[in-house]
Design a protein. Structure first.
Length: 251
């Protein structure tokens, strides 16, 4: 049985003080919630403050990105080891990183390996554009992203990773893939690619989230699909109703 995981990607939102106030609020609302892993991913500047509030709670902390080198002349970057004292997770290869900051399958793969080397759990993002979806290219494109991200990774390492399938056309648009559509792509293109690489046992163990305009009203539908193990949540993770979203994911 795969434990569901709900991760909130705050993107470039909330100051450190706003982040602290917010996690204090949701921490209290999630104290008695069982059967689901919950993660918040604040901006770098707020991670340490959020850690101080959440370190005695069950809520995990993730970063939204990292570099693949341990140190060096890489102005503006954050090394994996800098995250380790405060984070258990790190989002890698988000479509916004790929679109705006030149991330490629190769750099995502380097980051996955670097995260694993530092015992950080990667949340590896994959997903197609609207044009690719309408052209019938989703399965081949998403499968290729998965296989590239996990190139050179062992089956044992892959088992502990998380993949987030986020169709680009559904991120922040209010549009979302249906549970049936998302689950089919996750099963065939994402879990299928992992099975090709590492075998069916690994594919059935690794957790795969859906992301793209997920909210407290539609999360239960997604969680009803056997291949969807949680959600990578954007805008809805910035609101107090994130607590309701988490609770609705397991009811």
């Amino acid at each position: 049985m795969r434990t569901p995981i709900i991760a909130g990607n705050w993107k470039m939102n909330k100051s450190a003080s706003e982040a602290v106030s917010f996690v204090r609020e949701i921490r209290n609302g999630l104290i008695d919630v069982l059967g689901v892993d919950v993660v918040v991913c604040p901006p770098f500047i707020a991670i340490r403050d959020v850690f101080e509030v959440l370190q005695a709670s069950k809520i995990g902390i993730g970063a939204q990105n990292m570099f693949y080198e341990d140190k060096g002349a890489y102005t503006g970057e954050v090394a994996p080891g800098m995250l380790v004292p405060f984070c258990q997770y790190v989002i890698l290869g988000h479509s916004e990183r790929r679109a705006y900051f030149g991330e490629t399958n190769e750099t995502v793969n380097k980051k996955v390996k670097a995260a694993l080397a530092h015992d950080l759990t990667p949340i590896v993002c994959v997903g197609e554009s609207l044009e690719q979806n309408e052209a019938g290219e989703t399965q081949s494109f998403v499968s290729a992203q998965v296989k590239a991200a996990f190139d050179g990774v062992t089956a044992e390492q892959a088992t502990g990773c998380i993949i987030a399938y986020e169709p680009i056309w559904a991120i922040g648009t209010g549009k979302s893939a249906s549970a049936a559509e998302a689950g089919s792509i996750i099963g065939l293109s994402v879990r299928g690619a992992i099975a090709d690489l590492f075998g069916e046992d690994t594919a059935q163990t690794l957790r795969i989230q859906y992301g793209g305009s997920v909210n407290e009203d539609n999360i239960a539908e997604y969680m009803g699909h056997p291949d969807i193990d949680g959600a990578l949540v954007g805008g809805a993770s910035l609101k107090p109703t994130f607590v309701d979203l988490v609770k609705n994911a397991i009811t």
